[in-house]
Design a protein around this ligand. Structure first.
Ligand SMILES: [Zn+2]
Length: 448
């Protein structure tokens, strides 16, 4: 018994002492948060109180528990007093308080503001502390000192394709391939590249320009089209895709049938994978569960892992990272990582979707697939304040998974230190060329 308690403590200490490489966030640049707080150019200041902590995940649990969506909108978007806001959400927070999303909120409140819970009595104090905390340097403090991450990989949602971040060391950037292939944001991409497309050939040259311009400084490519379509990307020839794409340009996207639109997207998706491989950029894909509430088509989601098999087989020189463990189909993600040399699995967001399932996933993953192909943390947040809470949930789950494997005699305690270092940070350093991107950022700075 004493031995079991010893190994549990040793593992918890190792996990606490090891920084994560955070492989997925949606953080805006810090200056944007500072500007939003002040309000600028006629825009009012954005609401900055405790309700920020319910951003884009915890709010969904409250609504699913019965909170009217209009009330949530009031809570998030108006200057109603914190106490009034808390009273509106209190019954639903009580109902949902054991979920990973709400636990994430409490862990952040504990780590950042020293309070054990969010209550009517402290919601004003927490709101004040939160607003005071938004000041120059707060990203570095929260991410490095509190969440203890080495650096974050960011899929920035404010920019088209790529964010020219002010903080490349802290916030490594993904190239979003959504505007280039599956979302086809032609107007904004043309503006970015300062040239117009009149044919598929032109558009591919614009894609080439994007990769040549941003690829050396990017950490990966990211695509979340799984929110809108199946991942069954077929091989569509250039001859078949070109006239469809040209019709899309001249007559508008509505002129294409769903099948024709899919053919264009499929062709361009494969093209972007080739580009990613050329620039050694791992291909990150949203798989599995949907954020939000009341809309997920689970039949289609269920096919994500299976749909990707021919894609991974066709692009053996590209590395694919399945985000969010493909929850709730994480067994299928394990099967892919075990079978395909170019399939990786990222636990970003999964720890708070379902903490207990994530513990089970990690144990089963490590028993089945090589340990160098799993990444164990990505907060997946826009507000930086929620990253420490997520990291705390991840550390607790990770320590539990490793401890259980040792106690169950599937893992030797002597193997734990190397394994923990690998899955928390080493794997990310091996797959992503972080140091190289920094060199390119600094030579870019010198030339611009
Ligand atoms: Zn995300």
């Amino acid at each position: 018994m004493a031995e079991a308690a010893d190994s549990a403590r040793t593992i918890a200490e190792l996990v606490a002492a090891t920084p994560f490489v955070d492989t997925h966030e949606h953080l805006s640049d810090e200056s944007r948060r500072l500007d939003a707080l002040a309000g600028s150019e006629g825009k009012p200041a954005t609401v900055c109180d405790f309700s920020l902590l319910f951003s884009h995940y915890a709010d969904s649990d409250l609504i699913v528990a019965g909170l009217p969506p209009d009330d949530m909108k009031q809570i998030r978007e108006t200057a109603m007093s914190p106490k009034e806001k808390f009273r509106l959400l209190a019954p639903y927070y009580a109902a949902a308080r054991h979920t990973g999303y709400q636990r994430n909120v409490r862990e952040s409140v504990r780590l950042l503001y020293g309070e054990d819970d969010l209550t009517e009595a402290n919601c004003e104090r927490i709101s004040e502390r939160l607003a005071e905390g938004v000041k120059p340097g707060f990203y570095r403090h929260i991410l490095k000192d509190v969440a203890r991450v080495e650096y974050c990989q960011v899929n920035n949602l404010d920019s088209c394709v790529f964010c020219e971040t002010e903080m490349p060391e802290l916030l490594a950037q993904d190239i979003s391939t959504v505007p280039l292939c599956t979302g086809l944001d032609i107007v904004n991409v043309e503006r970015l590249a300062e040239r117009e497309a009149y044919s598929l050939k032109d558009w591919k040259e614009i894609i080439d320009w994007c990769f040549a311009t941003f690829g050396p400084r990017a950490i990966a490519t990211k695509n979340q089209c799984a929110y809108g379509r199946a991942l069954d990307f077929e091989q569509v020839s250039e001859e078949d895709a070109a006239p469809l794409f040209e019709r899309l340009l001249t007559k508008g996207p509505k002129d294409l049938s769903n099948e024709e639109r899919k053919a264009v997207e499929d062709h361009l998706f494969h093209y972007c994978i080739d580009q990613a491989a050329e620039y050694r950029l791992p291909v990150k894909l949203h798989t599995g569960y949907y954020a939000g509430h009341g809309g997920m088509p689970l039949h289609r989601v269920r096919a994500n892992a299976g749909d990707l098999c021919p894609v991974m087989k066709a692009h053996r020189n590209a590395n694919f990272v399945l985000f969010h463990i493909d929850y709730p189909y994480q067994d299928e993600a394990i099967a892919l990582a075990k079978h395909y040399p170019n399939a990786y699995v990222d636990m970003c967001w999964a720890w708070i979707i379902n903490p207990r399932a994530s513990v089970r996933f990690l144990k089963e993953y490590l028993m089945a697939a090589p340990a160098n192909k799993v990444f164990t943390f990505g907060g997946d947040y826009r507000p930086v304040e929620l990253v420490p809470g997520h990291a705390a949930v991840a550390r607790q789950g990770l320590a539990q998974a490793i401890t259980e494997l040792v106690h169950e005699k599937w893992l030797d305690i002597d193997d734990a230190p190397e394994l923990i270092d690998r899955i928390m940070r080493g794997n990310a350093h091996a797959l992503y060329h972080y140091e190289d991107t920094l060199e390119h950022w600094s030579s870019h700075e010198r030339t611009t």
